[in-house]
Design a protein around this ligand. Structure first.
Ligand SMILES: [Zn+2]
Length: 314
């Protein structure tokens, strides 16, 4: 039996833009995600995040958002098997029609010029957003800048996303900004789309126990990610390293607060046994071998993510 899953984070749009692969989604490519690989891997839904680099000029970041938006809609319009999810029902409907859902996301909001850009981006279907990547921008500071938290504009961004029903993603946000965000969120769930445990792999990209607890307390989830250096430093990571991090989060936060965010097409060294999305079932098979029950695997694979989306998306 295949486990249907939700991949909370991929960089496929950025990689397509960066490698000038526009229109290539239905072709056989070296990408980690394309139509044929999706058909084999059987995701229920996956996030296509628009990633912008804060080191680039504002005009370049804005241009990149435009290019990735254009590619996102190009993918949907050129591939009848792929549909955009605006609601949970869209995901279920697509599944019934044997189609796959894609969710429009943003990784690092530096391509936005104000929190008000969320009004039009939400109308285009933006459903997941992270304020910042590793650097620093108009809204917040990321892992490489530990001293500053959210800016005033960043607080407005978070509040506006909350009001519109866009899921807030804290992956890459620094520790200070994280806890400032916790205060703004109050009881609204927020998530880490692609982060692992700091205790198991100590890098500022990963989540300390108190952050894991805060995400759990909000009702949110943590998407365990395949990025080698935040799974295991200094050696090539494999499925068992992913499972160590899953075990840890399950132990600290419970089975209801774990998900998957592969970072496919954003990782240079994929796992030995899962080098692209077509091989994802191997993860669920291994979880089964390790003693996870069917209903627990389903929660990790997609049900926890669906629960959060259903609470946030209006
Ligand atoms: Zn990332």
């Amino acid at each position: 039996m295949d486990y249907r899953f939700i991949d909370l984070h991929t960089d496929t749009l950025f990689r397509m833009m960066d490698e000038k692969r526009s229109n290539s989604f239905s072709e056989n490519t070296p990408m980690h995600i394309d139509l044929e690989k999706i058909k084999k891997g059987k995701p229920l839904a996956l996030t296509l995040a628009m990633f912008t680099e804060d080191k680039k000029e504002q005009s370049t970041r804005t241009l990149h958002i435009n290019q990735m938006l254009s590619e996102f809609f190009n993918i949907i319009n050129s591939n009848k098997e792929i549909v955009q999810a605006l609601t949970i029902n869209d995901i279920f409907q697509a599944n019934e029609n044997e189609k796959y859902s894609v969710i429009l996301g943003i990784e690092g909001s530096g391509g936005l010029q104000s929190h008000k850009d969320l009004y039009w981006l939400h109308r285009l279907g933006l459903r997941i957003i992270s304020p910042v990547w590793n650097d620093s921008n108009l809204f917040a500071s990321g892992n490489d800048f530990p001293n500053d938290g959210l800016t005033n504009e960043g607080r407005k961004l978070i509040k506006t996303a909350k009001e519109l029903g866009i899921v807030i993603d804290i992956s890459h946000l620094n520790y200070k900004g994280f806890f400032e965000l916790v205060d703004i969120m109050e009881n609204t769930p927020f998530i880490a789309t692609h982060s692992n445990s700091y205790r198991l792999c100590s890098t500022p990209r990963n989540l300390k126990d108190e952050q894991i607890k805060a995400i759990k307390a909000s009702g949110g989830i943590i998407g365990i990610t395949f990025y080698n250096d935040i799974l295991e430093k200094g050696k090539k990571a494999g499925i068992d390293d992913v499972i160590r991090h899953i075990d840890y989060i399950v132990d600290k936060a419970g089975i209801d607060h774990v998900g998957i965010g592969t970072d496919f097409d954003g990782i240079e060294r994929p796992l030995t046994e899962i080098s692209d999305i077509s091989m994802m079932q191997r993860l669920f098979e291994r979880l089964k071998d390790k003693g996870y029950k069917d209903k627990e695997i389903k929660k990790i694979a997609c049900e926890n993510a669906l629960r959060v989306f259903s609470e946030i998306w209006i």
